[in-house]
Design a protein around this ligand. Structure first.
Ligand code: NDP
Length: 453
């Protein structure tokens, strides 16, 4: 780490204490950018990184709402408008009890680079609430979404800031949020993405993040003249990203063997086939049940509850070729990274945002495995969100094939950018440097063009 990055990190930690995930995200990017600053001191003197680190705007608001029993609840709402150098703020909303300012700043920061990599005109943002949707009735969810949007609507718009889904925010929540926005503004615009198909949504949007992460893995494998056919794959999570990751792994001939939720994980040595995936989709998306129920139906599979006192995640301790972390941040620590490598995993494609700790990432890089960091590997979701915005502006929907083809091309493009940037800056095969540098340059040049604002 250079003196510049050391000083920068000390300042970030002093200015923004108690935001460990944000510090982690900034450090990873800053270390990659050291390579750029050596050759291009103009970015340092223009204080580009110092400017990117500070959100253009961070909105925090009260979300009071009344549940179906008449009880009043108060949650915290956030929207981090991180960077608009290359387009309107764009990034998801997360509803989860762990949500706080630091977590949303890390996500918004990552989003800036990710969106730039897609080559679509989108700035970076992120938002959400500490509201926990788990186990709540549709009516409670609707009331909360309406209360949340009653403030958020002032700050967003189709040319200003276009939120989407993330953990805890899927099609149902986007529907309620959109309905309230439309009522308050009296306009029907593409202000949110992930909308329903018959009211402005895009085909392939629900599938896009998972499909994209698998396309990215396939691209990495292609550099070794290999395919996913016959590969055993560990997948974490069982929500939107995990489900469509499993679907695309099956399409490409791979064998997914794990899924999880926050309570535990299932291991199915025979493989999660299409019938079993349909069961999981119904379980999670309709009945909103727990992954544990998988083993009641498929007796050969094994369920293991997560032990909060264990120093590693046992899901990552099975023989496999590929891993697709698709649940949440820091779900792979250095012990997990070592276990993965020990068990034969040589492809990691991150569907989740920052699922690997810095120590874990270093183990992947030292072992020179094919490691696709989230900001590149999971960019498929926001890419199709960008395509949804295009379709909304044109008021013309595209076919499934057209969107899927564009998604595949974008993922190939992102992969090419990562490879080329890593080579150009002397670290061939390092997708972390490739993604960070590739994402940074476009935003940095736009910021220089636009002056100090
Ligand atoms: P969902 O809410 O649909 O699913 C999240 C899954 O992860 C659930 O199975 C959930 O379990 C599990 N999970 C959440 N928090 C934790 C936790 N603290 N510990 C263990 N498991 C947890 O979210 P998505 O599938 O949309 O998002 C998954 C990841 O992908 C996130 O990191 C998100 O930021 C990232 N991502 C999502 C995109 C999208 O388009 N949706 C785009 C790019 C990245 P439980 O039900 O028990 O909470």
């Amino acid at each position: 780490m250079s003196e510049y990055v050391k000083d920068l990190m000390a300042e970030v930690k002093a200015k923004h204490p108690a935001q460990p995930e944000f510090h982690q995200a900034v450090q990873e990017v800053a270390e990659s950018l050291d390579l750029v600053f050596e050759r291009h001191p103009e970015y340092r003197s223009a204080k580009i990184l110092e400017r990117i680190i500070e959100p253009e705007r961070a909105i925090i608001f009260r979300v009071p709402w009344v549940d179906d029993q008449g009880e009043i609840h108060v949650n915290i709402g956030y929207r981090i408008e991180m960077n608009s150098a290359i387009g309107p703020y764009k990034g998801g909303l997360r509803f989860h009890p762990s949500v706080n300012l630091g977590i949303l700043k890390f996500l918004a920061f990552e989003q800036v680079f990710k969106n730039s990599l897609t080559s679509l005109p989108m700035g970076g943002g992120k938002g959400g609430s500490d509201f926990d949707p788990k186990g709540k009735s549709d009516l409670k969810i609707m009331r909360f979404c309406q209360a949340f949007m009653s403030e958020l609507f002032r700050h967003i718009g189709p040319d200003t800031d276009v939120p989407a889904g993330d953990i805890g925010v899927g099609g149902r929540e986007i529907g309620y949020l959109f309905g309230q926005y439309k009522k308050l503004r009296n306009e029907f615009t593409g202000v949110l993405t992930g909308k329903g198909l018959n009211w402005g949504g895009s085909l392939i949007r629900p599938e896009a993040t998972g499909y994209g992460a698998v396309y990215f893995a396939a691209e990495m494998l292609a550099t070794k003249n290999q395919t996913l056919d016959g590969k055993i794959c560990l997948v974490s999570g069982s929500g939107n990203v995990a489900q469509y990751t499993v679907e695309k792994i099956l399409d490409l001939g791979g064998k997914p063997v794990t899924l999880s939720d926050s309570n535990g994980y299932i291991y199915d040595e025979e493989g999660i086939n299409r019938e079993k995936l349909n069961f999981v989709m119904e379980l999670k998306n309709v009945r909103r049940g727990r992954i544990k129920e998988y083993v009641d139906k498929y007796k050969n599979a094994v369920y293991t509850a997560f032990d909060p006192y264990l120093d590693h995640n046992p899901l990552w301790d099975h023989k496999a070729h590929c891993a697709f972390p698709s649940a949440t941040q820091n779900e792979i620590n250095w012990i997990d990274a070592q276990n993965l490598i020990k068990n034969g995993v040589y492809v990691v494609s991150e569907g989740a945002n920052m699922p690997t700790t810095i120590e874990g990432v270093n183990i992947f890089l030292e072992n020179k495995i094919l490691y696709g960091p989230g900001k590149a590997a999971n960019a498929g979701g926001v890419s199709v969100s960008g395509l949804e915005m295009s379709q909304n502006s044109m008021r013309l929907p595209w076919t499934r094939e057209e969107v899927d083809n564009r998604l595949m091309l974008i993922m190939k493009n992102i992969h090419r950018t990562c490879v080329q940037m890593a080579e150009r800056f002397g670290t061939p095969g390092n997708y972390v440097n490739g993604a960070n540098i590739g994402g940074f340059l476009k935003v940095a040049d736009a910021m220089i063009d636009q002056g100090v604002v």
